[in-house]
Design a binder for this molecule. Structure first.
Ligand code: THU
Length: 129
C-alpha cells in the first residue's frame, strides 16, 4: 500500500471512533511484516484513563491476532481543529515499539501531508527488556 492509501484507510478507520468525550476521531492502520492489515480507532470511556488511542487499539488488536512484527503504522485524525497532524502519544509510541514498528506515517487532512518517521525518531532511548 502506498502512504496515500494508508492515509485514506486510517481516515476510514477513524469513522468508527467512539469519542463522546473529546469528539476527536483518530484512526490507525497497522501493516504487519506478513502483510496482514489491521485497523483501529480511538475508543473512549466514561472513566477517561480507560480509553484506548487509535494506535493502541490497532496494534493490540493485531497482537491479539498473533502479529509479532509490525512494518508500518499510519495515523490520521478527521476532526482537525487545533490539531491536524495526529502525532502518537508517548504511551502509543511505547506500544508500537513492543512489536518493532519500522515506519510511522503521521498524516493530515485528506492525506495532503504525510510525514514518514522511524521509531528511533519518535521514541529514542526507549525502554526495552
Ligand atoms: N488520540 C489517539 O487516538 N491517538 C493519538 O495519536 C492522539 C490522541 C485520542 C485519545 C482521545 O480519545 C482523543 O484522541 C483526544 O485526546
Amino acid at each position: 500500500m502506498t502512504p496515500e492509501e494508508l492515509a485514506a484507510l486510517a481516515r476510514k478507520a477513524a469513522e468508527n471512533a467512539y469519542v463522546p468525550y473529546s469528539n476527536f476521531r483518530v484512526g490507525a492502520v497497522v501493516v504487519a511484516a506478513d502483510g496482514t492489515v489491521v485497523t483501529g480507532a480511538n475508543i473512549e470511556n466514561a472513566s477517561y484513563p480507560a480509553s484506548s488511542c487509535a494506535e493502541a487499539t490497532a496494534v493490540n488488536t493485531a497482537a491479539a491476532q498473533g502479529i509479532r512484527k509490525i512494518d508500518t503504522v499510519a495515523v490520521a485524525c478527521i476532526d482537525a481543529g487545533t490539531v491536524d497532524l495526529a502525532y502518537p502519544c508517548g504511551r502509543c509510541r511505547q506500544i508500537m515499539a513492543e512489536f518493532d514498528t519500522e515506519t510511522i506515517y503521521v498524516t493530515a487532512g485528506e492525506g495532503t501531508e504525510i510525514r514518514r518517521h522511524t521509531l528511533d525518531e519518535l521514541l529514542p532511548h526507549r525502554f526495552e527488556l
